[in-house]
Design a protein around this ligand. Structure first.
Ligand code: FES
Ligand code: FES
Length: 160
């Protein structure tokens, strides 16, 4: 049995007719839609690399079925900015050396984006708590926290 779904991904409605009920959202994004910016590490909800926004909340796409996203709005790392026009969070990761191998980075960015949208005045402790479900094996986290702190300060300066 397959199920048709319609999901808005990065602002574009994606209608796919033959979705298997067991297909993970992470595989739907990467394999069906070719959006390989979402990384898959542990595949059981531990590392956070697969984090995307679903209806404005960060979710583990490896723990979400594609059919659960029917009718939802998804934002992946490809929806934050483009290589030519990175968003402020991405530029601050670059400025503060918030990544090394980059494997965890899409998940860190999407978690950071969720955090800053909901808590624009997040403290360092808030940022660390917000990132507690995202694992990085390279950076020691310090520069990731600095990048998010800096992005928050820059966003808060922008005229609303
Ligand atoms: S791949 Fe989803 S949490 Fe690790
Ligand atoms: S930069 Fe390598 S796992 Fe985080």
């Amino acid at each position: 049995m397959t199920i048709p779904i319609a999901v808005t991904v990065n602002g574009t409605v994606q209608e796919v007719q033959n979705v298997e009920p067991r297909l993970l959202l992470s595989d739907f994004l990467r394999e069906t839609l070719g959006l390989t910016g979402t990384h898959v590490g542990c595949e059981h909800g531990v590392c956070g690399a697969c984090t995307v926004l679903m209806n404005g909340d960060s979710v583990r796409s490896c723990l979400t079925l594609a059919v659960q996203a029917d009718g939802a709005e998804i934002v992946t790392v490809e929806g934050l900015g483009t290589p030519e026009a990175l968003n402020v969070l991405q530029t601050q990761f670059r400025e503060h050396h918030g990544l090394q191998c980059g494997f965890c980075t899409p998940g860190m960015l999407m978690t950071g984006e969720d955090l800053l949208r909901k808590y624009p005045l997040a403290s360092d402790d808030d940022i660390r708590e917000g990132l507690s479900g995202n694992l990085c094996r390279c950076t020691g986290y310090q520069n990731i926290v600095a990048a998010i702190r800096s992005a928050a300060a820059l966003r808060n300066k922008e005229p609303s």
